[in-house]
Every structure is written in structure tokens, then in C-alpha cells.
Design a protein around this ligand. Structure first.
Ligand code: SF4
Ligand code: SF4
Length: 61
């Protein structure tokens, strides 16, 4: 469960190890796999990917 409020942008940092977990949790398929993984404009800022990333690779502001 995510209680984050007022997120303006979510992004994936270079500590991502391409595990694919965030791809499976994103409700709008906004995460683009590749090197590097990226978050597309479909993102609705729900914060779910931040909470599941085992590498703490997803940051926000
Ligand atoms: S869950 Fe984290 S480590 Fe895994 S692919 Fe997504 S950003 Fe990368
Ligand atoms: S914040 Fe939500 S919508 Fe945006 S990429 Fe992460 S899981 Fe997908």
C-alpha cells in the first residue's frame, strides 16, 4: 500500500538490476524495459513500483 502524496515525477535510477518486478505491478504499463528501464508518460504516479523495487532503484519527487 502506498500513502505517498503529491508526487510530481517517478524515475528509475542506474541501480536498477532489471529484475522486472516493477513491470508486473504497474497498473498502466508505464514502465519500459530495456537498458536502462524507463518510466513513460502513461505513469499515473501511484507509487506502487517504488514500494516493490528490491533495489530501491525507483525514486520520486
Ligand atoms: S523493480 Fe527496481 S530493480 Fe527491478 S526492474 Fe524495476 S526498477 Fe529495476
Ligand atoms: S508510479 Fe505507478 S503508474 Fe507510475 S510507473 Fe510506478 S507503478 Fe506505474
Amino acid at each position: 500500500m502506498c500513502f505517498l502524496m503529491n508526487i510530481e515525477e517517478v524515475f528509475i535510477t542506474d541501480v536498477c538490476d532489471e529484475c522486472t518486478i516493477c513491470l508486473e505491478i504497474c497498473p498502466v504499463n508505464a514502465i519500459i524495459s530495456g537498458s536502462p528501464y524507463m518510466i513513460g508518460c502513461e505513469c499515473i504516479l501511484c507509487g506502487k513500483c517504488i514500494n516493490v523495487c528490491p533495489s530501491c532503484a525507483i525514486e520520486y519527487y
